[in-house]
Design a binder for this molecule. Structure first.
Ligand SMILES: [Zn+2]
Length: 387
């Protein structure tokens, strides 16, 4: 069954098409053109979104939960509710992200998440974001830059521990955040990179040489730049100096206006540019919920006035990806299309997702959002469904 969608504009997102015609056939995009070039097809149903813009569905490669659910604790039957919440904010795919926890509890969570990722039964009901992989944030993090990750669950990286996590996740680990300066890190970085895991440096107190070694070993991304990192010093640039100055690295950032000031967000965008900047939410279970006490894996977090904290440290965020995209256009002179690119094409490429994701082109999965001119999500379509 073919359906054609039209609107005022479409972001591919590396380019834009005015008066687009997006044809979806069995969950995939079978044609993209401008209505000027191709007459509206007579034989399919046409859905007209008027003045709106069509863009790829947002991808969130660093998210711990939302709608009261924590990805390490939620049951299989509860996770679809997180997917629905995320899709209401424009997200169509995400990496379920762990925090440092007891190894056995982590493995149990990874097994459950792998089951959910492997479950390909078509979901009925409202459209929902799909878990596309797992991001291990920890346990290989720096004690000095651990943020709220419990110190008792941080461990030095070894290949056997990495293998145990990999097996529990049945190969669905797509990303790992690791502090490169801790003993054993470089070996795990090299092995993870060999398995096509996106190795991201972060929660790190690395000086410049350790950051350079990490890149040499296979690291290619950085986790929530500025947060939980040795601060930049102009004579001792450290990890941030490498992250901002190395054009082969992509990097992500939390643009909620709380984790990083708008001025520093601008510096980040100028350094990484529209092709290498990636937006994440780092959202935890309280996202979309009233103020109160919530869980982030094993950590108890208090949320008040949009700020999630544990013992005075920021503990994830309550940011949603649609707001992150809008914030970019407020904090900088970036266009909505560039902001959208940082939530779609750039993360897909940074983590090595296939061309099914993060772009609107013939052959890719029909995951897309319908946006207002200011970036509000009007509708989210997952696999061609949900309009
Ligand atoms: Zn996180």
């Amino acid at each position: 069954m073919k359906t054609a969608f039209t609107a005022r504009l479409l972001y591919t997102p590396t380019g834009e098409i005015p008066n687009p015609l997006l044809v979806v056939d069995d969950g995939r995009i079978s044609e993209i053109s401008s209505r000027a070039a191709s007459a509206a097809p007579a034989n399919f149903s046409l859905v007209d979104f008027g003045d709106a813009t069509l863009a790829p569905g947002f991808l969130d490669i660093h998210i711990h939960g939302g709608a009261g659910l924590d990805v390490m604790r939620a049951s299989r039957s509860e996770l679809p509710r997180l997917g629905q919440f995320l899709s209401s904010h424009g997200v169509t795919g995400y990496f379920a992200t762990t925090v440092a926890a007891p190894l056995d509890a982590t493995c149990t969570a990874l097994e459950r998440l792998a089951d959910v990722i492997d479950d390909k039964t078509p979901d009925g009901g409202p459209s929902q974001a799909r878990p596309l992989g797992i991001h291990l944030e920890g346990p290989f993090l720096s004690h000095r830059r651990r943020g709220v990750h419990p110190p008792e669950y941080l461990v030095e990286p070894t290949l056997p521990i990495f293998e145990k996590l990999w097996q529990a996740a049945r190969g669905h680990v797509r990303m790992i955040t690791i502090a490169p300066e801790i003993p054993g890190a470089l070996e795990v970085i090299a092995e993870a990179a060999r398995r096509k895991v996106c190795v991201s440096i972060g929660h790190s107190d690395a000086e410049l040489p350790a950051a350079l070694e990490a890149v040499k070993a296979g690291a290619r991304h950085a986790t929530h730049t500025f947060n939980a990192m040795r601060p930049l010093d102009h004579r001792n640039p450290g990890i941030i100096g490498e992250v901002l100055s190395n054009d082969t690295l992509t990097a992500d950032i939390i643009v909620d206006g709380i984790h990083v000031s708008p001025e520093v967000v601008k510096i980040f965008l100028q350094a990484k540019g529209p092709t290498r900047a990636v937006l994440i939410t780092d959202a935890m279970s309280a996202t979309g919920m009233p103020d109160g006490r919530y869980q982030l894996g094993p950590i108890q977090v208090d949320v008040a006035d949009g700020k999630a904290t544990a013992n005075g440290s920021l503990a994830g965020s309550v940011l949603t990806m649609d707001r992150a995209v809008q914030n970019i256009t407020k904090f900088s002179n970036w266009s909505l299309r560039e902001a959208v690119r940082a939530a779609t094409f750039n993360p897909a490429r940074a983590v090595g997702l296939s061309s099914d994701y993060g772009r609107l082109e013939v052959g890719s999965i029909a995951d897309f959002v319908v946006l207002s001119a200011t970036g509000e999500v009007l509708k989210t379509i997952v696999g061609g469904r949900g309009f």
